[in-house]
Design a protein around this ligand. Structure first.
Ligand code: NAD
Ligand code: UDP
Length: 338
């Protein structure tokens, strides 16, 4: 298939590109590099050994996107293009709503105009909100969010469901990611956040490589086994491979349908620190600090639907997640910046 990856130069998009190319698909990337580097696309070509067409384009720019649809015979879209900073979304909510909703509407309009019927969407566990019991299952209702980023995902899922109801030819797979970490095993591709990392694993790996002094653990008094928050971390290559199954599923089905992509097993912040230290031999200085606003004590996936319907399960364990993160970070201490 010819698969357009909107936002495909980013962390998850670039790893997914490699999985799709390895499986024999052709990949077209459209990215404005708002939160990524063109070097990531070069690394996708290097690691896969395959050509990749790449457009520097804002997915909100309808004329630019129409040109891309015109020039390529697209069978399916994977839509990663979004701003994803929870804290930043509280500071600049309008920019988040504009970008995330607009990319989605532009893609849907292009799909209608060019007769493209299949879409895989990067959704998030955040759509379950804080009212649902854990583990989260797809049968539960979407919740409400404590931040604009989460609301954009909730709204976008709703938009896709409404669009699929109105157009019986449309097929949308809503992939609710849990917490992707890790990197491509080659050490040539990985997560390269701009500025101070918001997420746990990139912060740990930057401490390990000497870019940051110590990790602050956000809260040590949660009602969890060791007092720190628990999340469902999965290897980014497992997540990438989930997109392969989703693309096939989208091609064979109609309507909008959600799938959790997680392992079903939670780990605490302290367990992640210890696993990283054991896997790499590098010690991570840390201090327990205040809770971060909006963090839930714990959540993880009921991952059984993806296994049953998509025949997908996460195969890589926490040791591999830590080892591959370190392989990437230690060989690329400044990320994609040479
Ligand atoms: P990322 O920031 O690395 O990738 C997103 C990409 O989209 C970037 O390359 C960015 O430049 C691009 N982009 C943003 N707005 C654009 C626009 N208007 N036009 C063109 N390109 C644009 O983030 P990621 O971690 O790879 O996440 C990918 C998707 O998965 C996002 O939609 C994110 O919300 C979602 N998600 C991520 C996580 C996570 O923990 N990383 C968890 C759940 C969901
Ligand atoms: N976390 C932390 N210190 C950090 C970054 C994150 O203790 O510098 C914790 C955070 O409170 C949460 C977990 O690590 O409990 C995962 O956070 P992340 O931002 O990676 O993912 P999310 O909040 O989306 O689950």
């Amino acid at each position: 298939m010819n698969i357009l990856l909107a936002g495909g130069a980013g962390y998850i998009g670039s790893h997914t590109a490699v999985s799709l190319l390895d499986a024999g698909h052709d990949v077209i990337i459209a990215d404005n590099f708002a939160n990524s580097s063109p070097v990531a696309v070069e690394r996708v070509r290097e690691v896969s050994g395959k050509p990749v067409t790449c457009y520097r384009a804002d997915v909100c720019d309808k004329a630019a996107m129409e040109r891309i649809f015109q020039e390529n015979n697209i069978d399916c879209i994977v839509h990663f293009a979004a701003l994803k900073g929870v804290g930043e979304s509280v500071e600049i909510p309008v920019a988040y709503y504009r970008n995330n909703i607009d990319t989605t509407l532009t893609l849907l309009e292009c799909m209608a105009k060019f007769g493209v019927r299949n879409m895989v969407f990067s959704s998030s566990a955040t759509v379950y909100g804080d009212e649902n019991p854990i583990p989260y299952a797809e049968t539960m209702r979407r919740g409400s969010s404590s931040h604009p980023y989460g609301w954009t995902k909730i709204f976008m899922e709703q938009i896709f469901e409404d669009a699929a109801k109105a157009d019986p030819n449309l097929s949308v797979v809503l992939l609710r990611y849990f917490n992707p970490i890790g990197a491509h095993p080659s050490g040539r591709m990985g997560e390269d956040p701009r500025g101070v990392p918001n997420n746990l694993m990139p912060y740990i790996s930057q401490v390990a490589v000497g870019r940051r002094e110590k990790l602050t653990v956000f809260g040590g008094d949660y009602p969890t086994p060791d007092g720190t928050c628990r999340r469902d971390y999965l290897h980014v290559m497992d997540l990438a491979e989930g997109h392969l199954e989703a693309v096939e599923y989208a091609a064979a089905h109609k309507g909008a349908e959600a799938f959790n992509l997680g392992t079903g097993t939670p780990y605490s912040v302290l367990e992640i620190i210890r696993a990283f230290e054991t896997a790499t031999g590098v010690s991570i200085p840390y201090a327990i600090g205040d809770r971060r606003a909006g963090d839930l004590p714990e959540f993880w996936a009921d991952a059984s639907k993806a296994e049953r319907v998509l025949c997908w399960t996460a195969k890589r364990d926490l040791t591999e997640m830590c080892r591959d993160t370190w392989n990437w970070q230690s060989h690329n201490p400044k990320g994609y910046e040479e």
